[in-house]
Design a protein around this ligand. Sequence first.
Ligand SMILES: Nc1ncnc2c1ncn2[C@@H]1O[C@H](COP(=O)(O)OP(=O)(O)OP(=O)(O)O)[C@@H](O)[C@H]1O
Ligand code: NI
Length: 336
Amino acid sequence: MTTSQTAAEVASAAHTGGPLLTIDGLGVRFRTREATVQAVTDLDLTVRSGELLAVVGESGCGKSVLAHALLGLLPANAAVTGHAVLRQPDGGTVDLVGCGERRLAAEIRGRRVGLVPQSPATALTPVRTGRRLLEETLRAHGHTRATTRGAAERLATDVGLDPADLDRYPHELSGGMAQRLVTALALAPDPPLLIADEPTTGLDRPLVDHTLDLLRRRCDGGGAVVLITHDLAAAERVADTVVVMYASRTVERQPARRLFAEPGHPYSAALLDALPDRSFRPVPGHPPMLTALPDGCAFVPRCGRATEICRVQPSTTGYGAGVLACHHPLPSGAGS
Ligand SMILES: Nc1ncnc2c1ncn2[C@@H]1O[C@H](COP(=O)(O)OP(=O)(O)OP(=O)(O)O)[C@@H](O)[C@H]1O
Ligand code: NI
């Protein structure tokens, strides 16, 4: 897809509930003194209004880097290529890659695309209470003095935080409380697209489900959520679509129901096998270094189905309603 086609497609779909975000050939590399880290490779993705899209994959596969690339939050040693076209409320579009920090800061970050960061503790300003942080955010997004206090308390309750705990300073919050506070902060501007990076860390199961259901309700109300998670059970509970990333690439993208019933990629199947209510068998072996990715499929050394072609040539094909990067997909029904 070319950029102009993508932009035109997005614009024409603006009034039909079409794609809200269209990512096309996104790549992220980090230059370090020792090597180049290929953290995201040739990623294509569409997120629609009303859709909850989960991104899953082992630690280090590039999930958070993807989120940070969309929000212009990568450090200076990062180089981003490709496009990420966001539909604007007026039907226009903006490419988040290359639109520039000034525009991202003024128009996009927080307002149009919210982020629940993976490390809540470092995201919170230490000298302000949760209430002050939340009220400042609400005021910056149009709330008046009269409505701010009530809105802050409602948001706290929505995320499962006792409003009384808003008077604590960040260092007085448990990990789970800080997690809920950063979720409330991301929700305060009511962004049409929310990227939630491991938003359930440190929460007990009832609060995990509470948070997931909150995200689901946002989508049912017309919002869109990208849920980055290690927790496949979380994705199974609420996602419409699941993207499985491995070593910087999408290996499979499917409607959630299909992925959980009939994974096509051996890596997707291995991740599902690791679930406690399935085989509870960890994926054998380790992911590769992102500094030395092979030409072919990076899962080969851990894959029981790989042949010579997998080593030398990547494969990405349409597969049902999704995509699959595998020369030897599992037969339909194998994972059910
Ligand atoms: N500033 C940087 N310089 C060099 N490499 C980086 C930098 N930031 C991230 N990386 C590398 O990019 C890769 C992807 O990291 P990322 O944080 O996206 O992983 P992740 O999938 O979110 O993992 P986790 O599930 O543990 O959060 C990792 O190998 C990481 O070491
Ligand atoms: Ni991460």
